[in-house]
Design a binder for this molecule. Structure first.
Ligand SMILES: Nc1ncnc2c1ncn2[C@@H]1O[C@H](COP(=O)(O)OP(=O)(O)OP(=O)(O)O)[C@@H](O)[C@H]1O
Length: 405
């Protein structure tokens, strides 16, 4: 079917009262960015919907991109026709012909903003319902929970017909909840945390710590590739790489083994907080899950969280690993996350980290280091790049992934 328009219905934002206008404006911007490769589209919000006039663009390609935009509850590809009964009947039958083999029950749902049209909504529902039953005698009309609904909208500029309602990504438009830093490792959990942050409308910038020569360029590329996987939800994401070698070496040299990890993590969080302040971000997100590993006990969180007053949000804190993996698979980050490239934390991980570190001890050991100077040098070495969804950092075709697994 050659569709002419996609009608987009908003998600939660419809209920947000006075923020509505800002939300709709932001969603409009995000949809425009997500669809920027299709120059012929015309995107315009009108009342409680957004309309995307296709002007000949392939609807399947547009819908595949649209599925990833947060703030959309659902959308329907539709056809706009002249306001003429014969054309209406012909199009309704053609649309149902595509659906009929897949369904048993249907209903017709008409809305009318042009009140001068020759038939009202009831008359149109009856006319089209009877017509469909005549053409497809195996179908049955059903008002509650039909398999399919033929939606007909009589507007001023034409009649719009649609028969499919496709679920959107839900959530809130990215950017409406402000900006935050996401601490992105190369693992499974932090990309999932980033996805969940964006789903709640938070714009994220990635902060990644790397430690050459202990970690390779490939480990860095993997973190960037993970960022590229999340970019379609927003267009582009800033990737901030922070050199961490000197801090890790210094910590290893001066801090007792049991506290190596706690003190390293304190530096990471402090650096993320410094970057947040510099870049006007309001919070830090990470991929910690309560009790998953030694650094993620509540005691550990107390000893690490101490370095900042910014909110540290842990979207996967209460999830089981299997639940996190399920999301990672859905957002297609899992295969990348399990590539066995070394991470700066694993290399400097002590064999027996304290699972219940004490805050006073962590502070004491850390005070043995010249933290300010170490932080300043790490921040001076920061490099920021803009990552797009099409960027390929690892040459990640299936065969490459398979060959390193
Ligand atoms: N090299 C790094 N750069 C940035 N953030 C990091 C780095 N290493 C760890 N983190 C942050 O600390 C969190 C906990 O890391 P840790 O290695 O303990 O756990 P993990 O369960 O392996 O998490 P992940 O699967 O996200 O790597 C990560 O989710 C991430 O937010």
């Amino acid at each position: 079917m050659q569709y002419t328009e996609i009608t987009v219905r908003y998600g939660e934002l419809s209920t947000k009262g006075k923020n509505r206008r800002e939300f709709i404006g932001r969603l409009n911007g995000n949809v425009t960015k997500a669809l920027r490769e299709f120059p012929d589209l015309r995107i315009y919000p009108k009342r409680d919907r957004m309309h995307i006039a296709l002007n000949g663009t392939n609807s399947d390609q547009v819908m595949a991109k649209l599925r990833q935009v947060f703030g959309i509850q659902n959308f329907s590809p539709s056809i706009c026709i002249r306001k003429d009964l014969a054309t209406l009947k012909e199009t309704a039958v053609a649309m149902m012909a595509e659906l009929a083999p897949k369904i048993k029950t249907f209903k017709v749902n008409t809305r009318r903003s042009d009140h001068n049209f020759e038939l009202d909504t009831n008359q149109l529902n009856l006319l089209l319902g009877d017509l469909i039953l005549d053409h497809f005698p195996d179908l049955e009309a059903k008002m509650k929970f039909p398999d399919a609904t033929l939606r007909v909208e009589v507007r001023q500029d034409g009649i719009y017909l649609s028969s499919e309602t496709i679920l959107g990504a839900g959530g809130l438009p990215v950017g409406t909840a402000g900006k935050a830093m996401l601490m992105l490792s190369g693992g499974i959990d932090s990309p999932v945390a980033g996805y969940l942050a964006m789903k709640r409308g938070v714009e994220i910038e990635m902060v990644h710590f790397f430690s050459p020569p202990y970690t390779s360029e490939r480990a860095l590329a993997k973190a960037k590739a993970l960022t590229a996987k999340l970019a379609p939800y927003v267009g582009t994401i800033k990737f901030i790489e922070v050199p961490f070698t000197e801090i890790q070496e210094e910590v290893k040299r001066r801090v007792p083994e049991g506290y190596l990890m706690t003190v390293q993590r304190r530096f990471m969080l402090r650096l993320a907080a410094a970057l947040a302040e510099k870049r006007q971000a309001l919070a830090i997100f990470n991929g910690e899950s309560v009790g998953q590993v030694a650094s993620q006990t509540l005691e550990s969180m107390v000893a690490i969280n101490d370095v900042t007053t910014l909110p540290v949000i842990r979207p996967v804190a209460t999830m089981d690993k299997n639940e996190i993996i399920k999301i990672a698979e859905n957002i297609d980050t899992f295969d990348l996350s399990i590539l066995p490239f070394e991470d700066c934390c694993t290399i400097f991980a002590p064999p027996r980290p304290k699972t219940k570190p004490r805050l006073d001890k962590a502070r004491f050991y850390e005070a043995q280091l010249d933290g300010e100077a170490l932080m300043a040098r790490a921040l001076a070495g920061v490099k920021i790049t803009e990552v797009h969804s099409a960027d390929d950092f690892l040459n990640t075709d299936e065969s490459t992934i398979q060959s390193v697994l």
